[in-house]
Design a protein around this ligand. Sequence first.
Ligand code: KG4
Ligand code: ZN
Length: 353
Amino acid sequence: MKILAIETSCDETSVALVECAGGLRAPRFKVLRNIVSSQIAVHRPFGGVVPNLAKREHLKNLPKILKTLLASGYTLNPDVIAVTVGPGLEPALWTGIEFAKELHRNLQLITKNGKLVLLGANHMEGHLYSFLLPRQKKTVEAKKQKAKSKNIFPAIALVVSGGHTILLKMDSFTKWEKLGETRDDAAGEAFDKVARMMKLSYPGGPEIEKLARKGNPQAIPFPRPMLRDKGYDFSFSGLKTSVLYYLRDHPKAEKVDVAASFQAAVLDVLVGKTMRAAGEFGVRSVILCGGVAANKALRANLQLTTDNLRLKFFVPDFEYNTDNAAMIAAAAYIRLLAKKKPCRLTAQANLNL
Ligand code: KG4
Ligand code: ZN
């Protein structure tokens, strides 16, 4: 089945064409095209995403991306059109939904395919399944990842993005229990806010990571919020405030050390809670996903810890960590396989897992 997917929930406009096959036990994906147009440069002067600017850019970029897709020789004859309906910024979500509706109408006429389906997809499900999208480069790591992708469950999934920090216990691709989530800032949001305090540019995650590589992670003992807490909820706003006070009281602090110490505190909490859950529930695998999964220190830390315990570790290819439409195709396909109720075709800013 060929799915044309559209993603406009935040500051990336993306369209993908994905060939989907296999059943619920082993869904398979072949990404024919995944075009992402980033708006980072537009939002950077404002230090964060401006919803109406995002909407304007999506409106401008969507037809351009579709043209690029057609120019690269693909015939647009999908079986399904999938579009992100949430969570995200409402004006941004609407641009994708309206575009998808119009495309659906036009393609039905052009291809004379009255059966062409239009489906809403959950952005967070996209992140959750993004590790299933095949590696573009056929490296040794890619082969290993493919080989171990049988018998994944039960698994613990850590979903860390700009808007969410969620820990799930998954029994299958479609059955999960939420163990905990953030009570205030999401992990990515904490990276972005601390970066702003340090006068680094937006988005802050990659900037902090770059600085952290040169600093001492033990230089400043920032708190590890809720690490010792019995439950699986997270909280990053206190840590953010600690960094704020530290910067105020130490105006000559080495930025590299602040970045490294802050990153170490976030990683200790994320890895600590994930591995405690993995132990408590005796799972086979750990899955890491969402924009913050692009952080190489976090990937390496979880890789090492899971290797030591002989657990499988799954993480998306770098191309699919941050927002993209290929993962939206995966979310729509798995929902179809599971015969789950389709997501309503209206913007749902607070949709969750
Ligand atoms: O998943 P995503 O693209 O968008 C949302 O759905 O929110 O995640 C974006 C978030 C931003 O907060 C960004 O700073 C963070 O992911 N991020 C990182 C890194 N790359 C992106 N955080 C830490 N280290 C990184 N390398
Ligand atoms: Zn996202």
